[in-house]
Design a protein around this ligand. Structure first.
Ligand SMILES: Cc1ncc(C[n+]2csc(CCOP(=O)(O)OP(=O)(O)O)c2C)c(N)n1
Ligand SMILES: [Mg+2]
Length: 572
C-alpha cells in the first residue's frame, strides 16, 4: 500500500535537476577522517524506516538535522513544507489517507514548538505519526549551546510517547518502537535525537528493541457482542450515533446492515472529524445538535442509543441538563480507550467497531415494516443571487453538490458555514468528509494536500474560511511544488464571521476588525499556487464546470478565492 502511495511526490520532483547523486545508503559524507565508514546509526535508522514503509521524510529542517539529511539515499524522499504546522498537517493528511503511519522530522525547540497545535490535531484526529525532533550535540548539551532544545514536555501530553534514547546506538530501536506506539496509540510518537548520534557507529550489538511486525487483533469477543445484542433486542426504538471512529469501509457496511435490520435512524456526532455512515442512505438522520437541550430533544423517544466510533456525546457550547432523557439507555462501541472510559453509558464495549457491528448485525432480528422513507430531506439549492446580490456559502456548496463525484473527499474548515456545508454536501464514500477534530484552525490546507498525496486518484476539495486559510497558508507552496491536485475553495467573507456571531450572542461588541482587504488569490499566486478570484455566480459555476470533471486527474492545485457574504446566523 505504501509503495507508490505518494505518487504525487516523485523522487525526481524532490531533488533539484542536476543535484548531487547519492552513493546509496552509506554515509560517505559523514565528516570523519578515519577512513572507511562503519555502519552508522543513520544507516541503521534508514533501514528501520525502509522496513516500515516510512519512505518519505516530511520536514522543515535546521542545522541539527543536517547530519541526517545531507546526502539522503535516493530511495528515501524528502518533502519540504515552509512551516512546521504545515509539515505536521500535511503528514497527518498522508497518515489519514493511507491508513498507515507517516514520518516527520522537526527542528529542536523552534520546530517542535511551531508544530504543537498540529500535533494535538493529529492526536485528536487519531493519525499515527513518527516524529523525530532534532537536538543539539550531546557532547555540549549541558552548556546550553545555541539551538539547545528544552524539548521534554514541550508538546504536553498530546504525543502518545516521547522517546529519549540513552545512547546513540539506541536511536534506531527507539524509532522502531515509536512506529508501534504511534499505530497502537493513534497519534504522534516523538523521538528526540541529538545531532551527533546520526554519524555514531551503529555498534556490534545492533538488535532493535522492537518486534519486526506487530499484529493487532481485531476480533470481537462473542460474549461481549452477545451482551450488547441483548441490550439491542430489548429496545423498542433504538437509534444509532456514529462518529469519526466508524469511518472505515467495513464499519460503514456493517452499520448499514445494522440500521436496515433495526429500522433505526443513524445520527452523525456533532462536530465529528469524519463521517461514520453514508450520508445519502435513507437511514441517515443528520448531524446531532451540539448542545444538551437540543440533543435530548433529538434523541427523545429512543429507549436505546448505540454510539459507534463516537463518544457519548460530543458537545460544543455547555448547557445544563442531562445528555439524554431519563429512561434512555446508552451503549458505546469504540476502539479508543479514552473515549470508552469517559462516556457516561450503561455499557461500553472497547473493541474494533467494524468487527463488533458485523457480529451484532448477524445477531439482531430484522424488524419489518419500520421506517423506510428518507429520514432527512436535503434542502433545495438556494435561488441564484439576483443582480447586485452577493454570493453566499450556500451557493458554493450547492454548486459543488451538483458536480462532485461520490468519491470526493471534502476537507472542511469553514467555521461559520459548517452546518450548511454538512447539510448540502453529504459524505457518500468513506473518508468523504474530513476536518480537524479539535477545532484548531490551520489543518485544511496542509491536511488536504497530504490526503491527496496519499490518495492521488480521489478528488479532494478543501472548503476553507478566509480566516482559517491564513493559519497555514504556506502549505499552498508545498501543494504546488509537489504537484498535488487539490481544489482549495476559500469562502472569502472578509472576517471571522463565526466570532462576530458569537459576540452578538454575547450581547457585546467585538473588538476584532474585519479584514476585507485580504486577497487569498494574491497570496496563493505569490506562493506559486494557481489561483482565481471569483466575484459572482456565473463565474463560480463556470470555474467549477471547468475544474471539477478533471479533479481526479489534476496534477497541480488550484485556489478559488470566492467572495461571499457572511451568514447572518450560526446555530450548530
Ligand atoms: C489556531 C486557532 N486560532 C484561533 C481559533 C479561534 N477561531 C475559531 S473560528 C475563527 C474564525 C474563522 O474565520 P474564517 O475561517 O474566516 O471563517 P468564518 O467564521 O468567517 O466562516 C477563529 C479565529 C482557532 N479555532 N484556531
Ligand atoms: Mg471568514
Amino acid at each position: 500500500m505504501r509503495a507508490g502511495s505518494l505518487r504525487a511526490v516523485g523522487s525526481e520532483a524532490t531533488r533539484p535537476a542536476g543535484g548531487p547523486a547519492t552513493a546509496g545508503d552509506r554515509a560517505t559524507a559523514d565528516g570523519r577522517a578515519d577512513g572507511a565508514p562503519a555502519r552508522t546509526v543513520r544507516d541503521a535508522t534508514f533501514d528501520v524506516l525502509r522496513a516500515r514503509g516510512l519512505d518519505t521524510i516530511f520536514s522543515n529542517p535546521g542545522s541539527t538535522e543536517v547530519p541526517l539529511l545531507a546526502g539522503l539515499p535516493s530511495d528515501l524522499r524528502f518533502v519540504l513544507a515552509l512551516h512546521e504546522g504545515s509539515v505536521v498537517g500535511m503528514t497527518t493528511g498522508v497518515a489519514i489517507g493511507s491508513g498507515a503511519a507517516a514520518f516527520v522530522l522537526l527542528h529542536t525547540t523552534a520546530g517542535l514548538g511551531n508544530a504543537v497545535a498540529a500535533l494535538a490535531t493529529a492526536r485528536v484526529n487519531r493519525a499515527p505519526l513518527v516524529v523525530v525532533v532534532g537536538q543539539q550535540d550531546r557532547r555540549h548539551l549541558a552548556l546550553e549551546p545555541f539551538l539547545a532544545g528544552r524539548l521534554d514536555g514541550l508538546a504536553g501530553d498530546y504525543p502518545v510517547s516521547v522517546g529519549r534514547p540513552a545512547r546513540a546506538q539506541d536511536v534506531p530501536g527507539a524509532i522502531a518502537r515509536a512506529h508501534h506506539e504511534a499505530v497502537t496509540g493513534r497519534g504522534p510518537a516523538i523521538v528526540i535525537v541529538p545531532m551527533d548520534d546520526w554519524l555514531a557507529p551503529a555498534g556490534e550489538e545492533a538488535e532493535l528493541a522492537a518486534p519486526d511486525r506487530l499484529l493487532r487483533s481485531r476480533a470481537a469477543d462473542p460474549a461481549a457482542v452477545e451482551e450488547l445484542a441483548a441490550l439491542v433486542a430489548e429496545a423498542r426504538s433504538p437509534a444509532l450515533v456514529v462518529g469519526a471512529g466508524a469511518d472505515r469501509p467495513e464499519t460503514w457496511a456493517a452499520l448499514v446492515d445494522l440500521a436496515e435490520r433495526l429500522g433505526a435512524p443513524v445520527w452523525q456526532e456533532a462536530f465529528g472529524a469524519r463521517s461514520g455512515f453514508p450520508q445519502d442512505h435513507p437511514a441517515f438522520a443528520g448531524q446531532l445538535p451540539a448542545d444538551r437541550p437540543r440533543l435530548r430533544q433529538t434523541l427523545a423517544g429512543h429507549d436505546l442509543v448505540l454510539a459507534v466510533g463516537a463518544p457519548v456525546f460530543r458537545q460544543y457550547p455547555f448547557m445544563p441538563g442531562p445528555l439524554v432523557a431519563p429512561g434512555t439507555r446508552v451503549a458505546i462501541v469504540t476502539d479508543e480507550p479514552a473515549e470508552a472510559h469517559r462516556s457516561p453509558a450503561d455499557l461500553a464495549l472497547l473493541a474494533d467497531p467494524a468487527a463488533v457491528c458485523t457480529a451484532l448485525a448477524a445477531l439482531v432480528e430484522r424488524r419489518p415494516g419500520r421506517e423506510e422513507r428518507p429520514r432527512r430531506r436535503r434542502p433545495a439549492a438556494p435561488p441564484p443571487p439576483g443582480p447586485g446580490e452577493p454570493l453566499r456559502p450556500g451557493h458554493v456548496f450547492a454548486a459543488l453538490a451538483d458536480r462532485l463525484p461520490a468519491d470526493a473527499i471534502v476537507v472542511e474548515e469553514s467555521p461559520s458555514s459548517r452546518p450548511e456545508l454538512e447539510m448540502r454536501l453529504p459524505a457518500r464514500a468513506p473518508l468523504g468528509f474530513l476536518s480537524a477534530a479539535m477545532g484548531g484552525l490551520g489543518f485544511a490546507l496542509p491536511g488536504a494536500t497530504g490526503v491527496r498525496m496519499a490518495l492521488p486518484d480521489r478528488p479532494v476539495v478543501a472548503l476553507v474560511g478566509d480566516g482559517a486559510a491564513l493559519y497555514q497558508v504556506q502549505a499552498l507552496w508545498s501543494a504546488a511544488r509537489y504537484g498535488v491536485g487539490v481544489l482549495f475553495v476559500v469562502l472569502a467573507n472578509g472576517r471571522y464571521a463565526i466570532m462576530d456571531r458569537l459576540a452578538e450572542r454575547h450581547g457585546q461588541d467585538a473588538p476584532w476588525p474585519a479584514f476585507e482587504d485580504v486577497r487569498l488569490a494574491t497570496i496563493a499566486t505569490g506562493l506559486g499556487c494557481p489561483a482565481r478570484r471569483i466575484e459572482d455566480h456565473a463565474a463560480l459555476l463556470a470555474a467549477l464546470d471547468e475544474v471539477v470533471p478533471g479533479l481526479a486527474g489534476r496534477s497541480e492545485p488550484l485556489l478559488l478565492d470566492v467572495a461571499v457574504e457572511a451568514d447572518p446566523t450560526f446555530a450548530p
